[in-house]
Design a protein around this ligand. Structure first.
Ligand code: TYD
Length: 202
């Protein structure tokens, strides 16, 4: 039996992550893998409650990170790790790199602190492959229909998130594949498929 495979999808809103996650799930299933498709925040019952808090309750950056991390700890313990132990393919729509990009690069929290806390909370579980869908923030926000309401500082925040993602990818080229998402979905999909094919067989 093939050992479990942990794939995370990262990138901004509007990059097509959700559609690509669905296609990936089908792609793996067609090749005989058992697939668990999941997402953060909100992949567990506790995660659903945390997600609602994160969406509705104003809070500081540290509390925000720790709530994402609580969600992640539960997600790993109840969903991701058990599935991997059963040899399944886990496709996660966002994982720890989202926190490093948004709360770290975006909001300025210490990456060293976040990484140490994440290591403890997840037992050091790191994806086998991380697909980063790279997109200019203005294009992403346009696609998700938010350009009009956006204030200038929001755009700066999303620029820092993008640069952060690219820096994370550069620091771990073995794990990351950066894919240009500013193309028609079919072409983005073909790049994703190639990256996954290579990593999964290797
Ligand atoms: P979500 O509602 O799933 O939207 P998307 O379709 O973009 O994934 O994501 C919720 C938001 O939470 C998204 O703007 C990114 C943010 N987020 C963080 O800031 N840190 C994190 O650790 C995670 C997992 C998400």
């Amino acid at each position: 039996m093939k050992k479990g495979f942990f794939l995370s999808l990262e990138g901004p809103e509007g990059a097509g992550k959700t559609t690509l996650a669905q296609r990936l799930a089908r792609w793996f299933a067609e090749r005989g893998a058992e697939v668990v498709q999941t997402r953060e925040p909100g992949g567990t019952e506790l995660g659903g409650a945390i997600r609602a808090l994160l969406l509705n309750q104003p809070m500081g950056a540290r509390a925000e990170f720790l709530l994402y991390l609580a969600d992640r700890a539960e997600h790993v313990e109840r969903v991701i790790r058990p599935a991997l132990l059963e040899g399944k393919v886990v496709i996660a729509d966002r994982y720890a790199d989202s926190s490093y990009a948004y709360q770290g690069y975006g909001r300025g929290l210490s990456l060293a602190w976040m990484k140490a806390a994440t290591e403890g909370a997840t037992g050091g579980l790191v994806p086998d492959l991380t697909i980063l869908l790279d997109l200019d923030p203005e294009e992403g926000l346009r696609r998700s229909g938010r350009t009009d309401r956006l204030e200038r500082e929001d755009l700066d925040f999303h620029r820092r998130v993008r640069e952060g993602y690219l820096a994370l990818a550069e620091a771990e080229p073995e794990r990351f594949r950066v894919i240009d998402a500013n193309r028609p979905l079919e072409r983005v999909w073909r790049s994703v498929e190639r990256a996954v094919e290579k990593a999964w067989s290797g």
